[in-house]
Design a protein around this ligand. Structure first.
Ligand code: ATP
Ligand code: MG
Length: 632
């Protein structure tokens, strides 16, 4: 170990084919190691020809086959020398960009006490997703899934005045989440590397600026790494605008779906809002009628009947989208000022009959409350709800007139516009309403985004129809506002000596996930194909054949490249066939390959080609370095 930290005269050592014995003779222990070259003869590496049986995506297969990572347990990975090199390069780029916006690096423990997470309710909120453990005194600890609490407390511990702010802190740290389904290798791990940054400002404007700085740094990080990304609006917070954006790397294996507008803007489906639809003039719509409809059991039958008996005032036929479906949903609220315990509220949401409720989208608007479908038990407590015939006239603003004692709140989906005429339940068995007009005959307690978004729906910015793509979340930026500073009482004295809570932002990048996403989007059947900036080396020099001259030539090339600061993987293995060496080179995925073999021995040329076989040239040995440098 110790010896390995110091420079040896590698040239002599390798040329003489000696191992550690040679080191003791030639080592100058005062000179630190400068060689960056990875020699395949000694590199801790075993490439695999077959895909590991349980690898589910290409990046997981190739990173294991090429000897970058090894599986330790489900979702838990060991980094091998090649993998660590790429990881370090990604981290270096992130550190440079963080320094560029004035963020300072700190490092928290991963093992943390329960209390701070208790204060923000996250000890419970995280549910089964955190690894909890006890120390020998039976005190509760956790392996941090994220560090908002610790950063907030650290600043509280050290700062007390507006003069101390702004400050941006970050760390690159291992995180732990007991994911329900670890998958896709490093993409959804249970132990993973994250860069998390936090900004602290005395006012909201400061927070917004910090957010934009961080967002800019993210774009530069992903651009430099060579990873395609789409910033996606994640949720429109209480203060309007974009309180959070996710950066998604588009790829078919992604678990996130995002909606893309022709303008290039993108939204997480939960954050998508329906563009405002114009009100309809209902002055010609006939008065609502209530009728017995025993034969209208299916949507088709309902439409058939409506068209036969009640032609619409606007001349078009009734369609499924004119049926107002009223869905009962249970909202599970956390404790609040009026409730000492979490409590359950039933609500009803009216949606057009041709669309289904998207619970995740709807839930996003009730956060932090959670939603679930109402049970039969729930319905029994409300005799005004007649299954199959639930209508708005016994709900929300209309309930009192209908004599309902404890009315449920009634919401309509954004597709239900003022003036629209509906065919809907009349709260009696086998009785329906025709031409019940929203805004004329009934009102709602609020408008919500309740239904699924479809391909072709108009985008929120009005630039055209939406399309959908899949992606992997590689980062997220968040305007936290005062949530954590209030929960953990982080205040500073402002200019007037008044204690004010601090405005915070938080910003994460999944560092190990980014590495896997690059592998996932940069490979072919033969192996990985890294962008040069994060490849484990820039040039893969392959010495082939049995001729010692080829190895000597390769050695010279490697030395010359090293002198120019180029990182090299050198396949100096003796008695390994050229076929195996080329296969390994393609699997490992360094962008440029230089072959020193028979042609070098015969006519002094070195073959240079891209990892994918393109741009192949044969150059005289003395021009090889120059040619390579030009291509890098
Ligand atoms: P996801 O929705 O994919 O579970 P998240 O939104 O829960 O991610 P954040 O809390 O925003 O994740 O964490 C910041 C970043 O950490 C994410 O953008 C992602 O790149 C990365 N990350 C989160 N969970 C994992 C994981 N299990 N394995 C690897 N990286 C992860
Ligand atoms: Mg996220």
């Amino acid at each position: 170990m110790l010896l390995g930290m110091w420079h040896c005269n590698c040239r002599t050592m390798v040329a003489e084919g000696r191992g550690l014995a040679g080191l003791s003779v030639h080592a100058n222990i005062l000179e630190p190691m400068t060689s960056n070259t990875l020699r395949m003869s000694t590199l801790f590496l075993r490439t695999l020809r077959e895909d590991p049986a349980d690898a589910d995506v290409d990046s997981a297969k190739l990173l294991q086959r090429a000897g970058y990572i090894r599986k330790a347990a489900p979702g838990i990975w060991t980094w091998l020398p090649l993998g660590l090199r790429v990881l370090n390069k990604i981290e270096a780029i992130i550190r440079e960009e963080m320094a560029g916006i004035g963020a300072q690096e700190v490092h928290f423990p991963a093992l943390l006490p329960r209390e701070p997470y208790e204060a923000t309710h996250r000890w419970e909120e995280y549910g089964d997703n955190i690894f909890r453990l006890k120390d020998r005194h039976q005190a509760d600890y956790l392996l941090a899934p994220t560090h908002e609490e610790m950063f907030t407390l650290l600043v509280k511990d050290m700062y007390s005045s507006y003069k101390d702010l702004p400050v941006v802190l970050y760390q690159i740290q291992t995180k732990y989440r007991d994911e329900f389904r670890p998958r896709a290798g490093l993409i959804r791990g249970r132990e993973f590397v994250m860069k998390d940054a936090y900004s602290f400002n005395v006012d909201e404007e400061g927070m917004r600026k910090a957010y934009m700085d961080e967002r800019g740094a993210y774009e530069r990080v992903f651009q430099r790494i060579g990873l395609k990304y789409v910033p996606v609006f994640a949720m429109s917070g209480p203060m309007g605008g974009s309180a959070s954006e996710e950066f998604l790397a588009p790829m078919p294996i992604g678990e996130d779906t995002f909606a893309l507008a022709p303008s290039g803007k993108a939204w997480n489906v939960e954050a998508l809002h329906t563009p405002e639809l114009p009100e309809i003039d209902a002055s010609n719509t006939p008065a609502a009628t209530k009728e017995s409809t025993p034969d209208a059991k299916t949507i088709d039958k309902m439409i058939e009947r409506a068209n036969a008996d009640h032609p619409r005032a606007d001349g078009r036929e009734w369609a499924a989208s004119d049926i107002l479906k009223n869905v009962v949903i249970a909202v599970k609220h956390p404790e609040d000022e009026e409730h000492d315990e979490p409590w359950r509220e039933l609500i009803v949401v009216g949606v057009p009959g041709d669309r289904t409720v998207d619970m995740k989208r709807l839930e996003a608007q009730f956060a932090p409350s959670e939603l679930e479908e109402a049970t039969e038990e729930d319905l029994k407590k409300h005799p005004e709800l007649v299954p199959g015939y639930i209508g708005p006239m016994v709900l929300g603003p209309q309930a009192e007139a209908a004599g309902v004692k404890e009315p449920l709140r009634y919401f309509v989906d954004a597709h239900v516009v003022k003036g629209s005429a509906w065919f809907t339940g009349a709260d009696e068995h086998e009785v329906d309403y025709y031409n019940l007009v929203y805004g004329r005959d009934f009102e709602a307690d609020g408008v919500v985004e309740a239904v699924e978004v479809r391909h072709g729906d108009m985008s929120p910015d009005g630039s055209g129809p939406l399309s959908f793509e899949r992606g992997v979340e590689i980062g997220q930026v968040f305007q936290l506002g005062l949530k954590y500073s209030k929960a953990l009482d982080l205040k500073v004295l402002d200019q007037n000596g008044k204690a004010v809570p601090v405005w915070m932002g938080c910003y994460g990048i999944g560092v190990s996930r980014v590495l896997a996403c690059v592998a996932e989007t940069h490979h072919d059947e033969a192996g990985l194909a890294w962008p040069s900036v994060i490849a484990p080396a820039q040039v893969h020099v392959v010495a082939t054949g049995k001729d010692a001259a080829a190895f000597e030539g390769a050695e010279k090339l490697v030395e010359a490249l090293e002198a120019k600061g180029v990182e090299v993987i050198y396949d100096d293995r003796k008695k390994v066939s050229p076929g195996v060496k080329f296969k390994d080179a393609e699997l490992i995925g360094v962008p440029t390959i230089a072959v020193v073999g028979r042609d070098f021995v015969n006519d002094g040329t070195i073959e240079i080609r891209d990892r994918n076989g393109e741009n192949k040239v044969a150059v005289p040995a003395d021009q090889a370095v120059e040619t390579l440098l030009e291509r890098l």
